[in-house]
Design a protein around this ligand. Sequence first.
Ligand SMILES: [Cu+2]
Length: 106
Amino acid sequence: MKSISTAIFSAMLVMAAAPALHAQNAPATTDASAAMSSGEIKKVDKSTGKLTIKHGPLVNLGMDGMTMNFKVSDPAMLDAVKPGDKVNFIAEEPNGQLTVTKIVKQ
Ligand SMILES: [Cu+2]
């Protein structure tokens, strides 16, 4: 009986620990860097606060590659890049308006 109760106790420990392990792993799957898209800056328009980016597929938005305008979440992004720069970026659509929320040069 001792070995059986030990086995049951061990199984209960594993079941109890499983949700905690899963919760710890969850942030990794939604890691922002994993969702970044690649693109090339075509135009920086400070008057409208927009970037024109020739982008690859935007998986999180279900969009194929194309060249289009994006708003930026932080005007400093307009100073951080210039036409011709290859970038990795995250675009989101918080208010129905495509917005670059993060951008880094490749
Ligand atoms: Cu697009």
